[in-house]
Design a protein around this ligand. Structure first.
Ligand SMILES: Nc1ncnc2c1ncn2[C@@H]1O[C@H](COP(=O)(O)OP(=O)(O)O)[C@@H](O)[C@H]1O
Ligand SMILES: O=C(CO)[C@@H](O)[C@@H](O)COP(=O)(O)O
Length: 559
């Protein structure tokens, strides 16, 4: 059998990235990025201009298809690989990114009668407007003593499926009624590729409260939320839930035409970006925490038992690698905080200087921030620009910088923001470690480790652990390609298990980031200050952030 390949596509927050991978050793033969034409829709709807309320974040489903139209033919052309030798295609996605579809699987926002209703669109993972529903989901689950709540660190997030579905029912019952099903976007794209709607066990487990043995929460629980939700899981969340690496079907003739791939090519079921990154970086055993670092960070860890960890996003059996309990935790804004600073708060002189020097504003700030010693800025910040999805699980928390003076410089603020996100990661590492899910080593992948060395050194110093970095710039996509190889199977030139695929295909860089003891010592002190602020603002010491947010909503509603 000659060389065989698979294509993995990583659907991120702002773009989709395809990579064509050699299955023998994981060599990335070609990659291509398609920025989403509509980007993140958070102010007004395309076409109608209908204004969105605060905390909304939507996407256009055709942007996902655009990635297939552009990036798949591009990697085929760049590589010169014969489509006959591409034996599988797999994807990973942000999650819970979900949408309502009709009985034909058409997104409701593509239908003229629903287009102008924001609830008919794709709700992106960072759509945070379902916090009221999430609060009720948690309150009612606690009151009823629902056992499954512990599997999610004691709180269900507003980012997830049930909160988002319930917000649709609350605010747009006509869209809820018109929806034949609510799907994760990753499952919707796979349905477009293969013609089959299958729900993957990863998003069902982490985002829709599904359990391998127990299934979804009971009808009684859903009825207690809202009588209209009683049958939700048998109706609008119905369908087969299958393990990662399952073959969803063969590529449809229509999709073969737009992608340039062969009809019938194996299509793997959907997956989540951070979860696909774990085998992508070669981690198939416990003790190694994988950080998928980009707009946000997802922290992924394997364990041999189901443990309770405060604030973890979830523990799902077989949720990442079959045979293990997969733990997920996360920070809902990391790169996004740096981007906010660069786009919204950096003085003009910095932008001009960066342009003159031919570097990006990030690079300009990083170079200057790297000259500062830990503690030198006199600043400490809380990393809650997009709420907290770590131990506090509260989307209503907001950002803070303490210690600014008339002499504070932009690079000092930038460094304080990098550090704040590292403290946020340390909180997560400590939560796992202190609950018996050991974290021995850190692995980093995603866009940030490639873009910012200072950030990585700060993470090593703050967590006092060595960090290994993925060799690939596209780790989740490589992971998705590995699952595609599993969906194709060894008889076709792929693999029979993800562990085998990861052994052959994953690579990390030679160089790692090691903690510098004197930095780590200062960061221990700064972390204490972070923790004091974290607990004061986040554990009820002062609810000023919530009061300000409520006031903002009140004033905006009446504007
Ligand atoms: N040099 C840099 N240093 C730190 N952050 C950066 C830098 N350049 C870009 N970013 C941030 O990286 C994030 C994008 O990360 P990336 O991994 O490429 O995408 P995604 O999260 O969509 O997968 C953006 O939030 C952006 O602000
Ligand atoms: O929440 C998850 C995974 O559970 C992510 O999809 C979400 O944080 C988005 O990740 P990115 O920062 O876009 O890579």
């Amino acid at each position: 059998m000659g060389k065989k390949y698979a294509i993995g596509i990583d659907y991120g927050t702002q773009s989709g990235r395809a990579v064509l991978v050699d299955l023998a050793d994981g060599t990335e033969v070609a990659d291509h990025v398609t920025p989403y034409p509509h980007g993140v829709i958070d102010e007004k709807l395309p076409g109608s201009g209908v204004r969105l309320e605060p905390d909304w974040a939507l996407q256009h489903p055709d942007d996902y298809i655009e990635v297939l139209r552009r990036s798949v033919p591009a990697v085929l052309e760049m590589s010169g690989v014969d489509p006959d030798d591409v034996i599988g295609i797999g994807i990973d996605f942000t999650a819970c990114t979900m949408l309502p579809v009709d009985a034909q699987g058409t997104p409701l926002c593509m239908l003229p009668q629903h287009r102008d209703n924001p609830h008919s669109w794709v709700k992106l993972w960072k759509h945070h407007a379902a916090q009221d529903e999430a609060n009720k989901i948690n309150r009612i689950a606690e009151a009823r003593g629902e056992k499954w709540l512990k599997r999610y660190g004691g709180k269900i997030s507003s980012e997830w499926m049930i909160a988002k579905v319930w917000q649709i029912l609350d605010e747009a019952p006509e869209i809820y009624d018109a929806a034949d099903q609510f799907l994760e976007a990753t499952d919707w794209v796979i349905a477009q590729l293969s013609g089959n709607i299958l729900r993957n066990s990863c998003t069902a487990g982490y985002k829709a409260i599904w359990h391998k043995q127990e299934g979804y929460p009971s009808r009684e629980y859903f009825k207690a939320l809202d009588p209209r939700l009683e049958n939700l899981t048998e109706t609008k969340l119905r369908g087969e839930i299958v393990p990662l690496g399952t073959r969803a079907g063969g590529l449809t003739p229509e999709m073969a035409k737009i992608t340039g791939l062969k009809e019938g090519t194996a299509v793997a079921v959907g997956n989540v970006d951070a979860h696909a990154a774990v085998p992508g970086v070669g981690v198939t055993e416990p003790g190694k925490l994988v950080m998928a670092m980009g707009t946000s960070i997802c922290h992924m860890l394997l364990g041999t038992e189901e443990r309770e960890v405060e604030g973890m996003c979830g523990v799902v059996e077989d949720g990442i690698i079959p045979g293990y309990f997969g733990y997920e935790a996360g920070q809902s804004a990391v790169g996004d905080i740096f981007e906010w600073y660069v786009e919204e708060a950096v003085p003009a002189y910095v932008k001009e200087a960066a342009e003159r020097e031919g570097v990006s504003v990030h690079e300009w700030l990083e170079a200057r921030a790297a000259k500062l010693k830990p503690g030198e800025s006199g600043l400490v910040a809380l990393d809650w620009w997009n709420g907290n999805r770590s131990v506090l699980v509260d989307a209503d928390l907001t950002g803070v910088i303490v210690g600014c003076t008339l002499l504070t410089k932009p690079e000092e603020i930038y460094r304080a923001l990098l550090e704040a996100t590292a403290y946020g990661t340390r909180k997560i590492v400590e939560a796992f470690d202190s609950n018996g899910v050991e974290v021995k080593e850190l692995y980093a992948c995603g866009g940030l480790p490639q873009k910012n060395r200072l950030l990585m050194q700060i993470y090593a110093d703050v967590t006092n652990r060595e960090i290994k970095v993925a060799a690939s710039r596209q780790t989740p996509a490589v992971g998705a390609a590995m699952f595609a190889a599993v969906a194709a199977g060894s008889a076709a030139g792929g693999y029979d298990s993800i562990v085998e695929a990861a052994k052959k295909m994953a690579r990390v860089r030679e160089e790692s980031f090691k903690p510098i003891p004197e930095n780590a010592a200062i960061y221990d002190r700064l972390y204490k200050e972070y923790t004091a602020l974290h607990d004061y603002f986040g554990r009820g010491g002062n609810d000023v952030m919530k009061r300000l947010k409520a006031l903002k909503e009140e004033v905006t509603r009446h504007a």
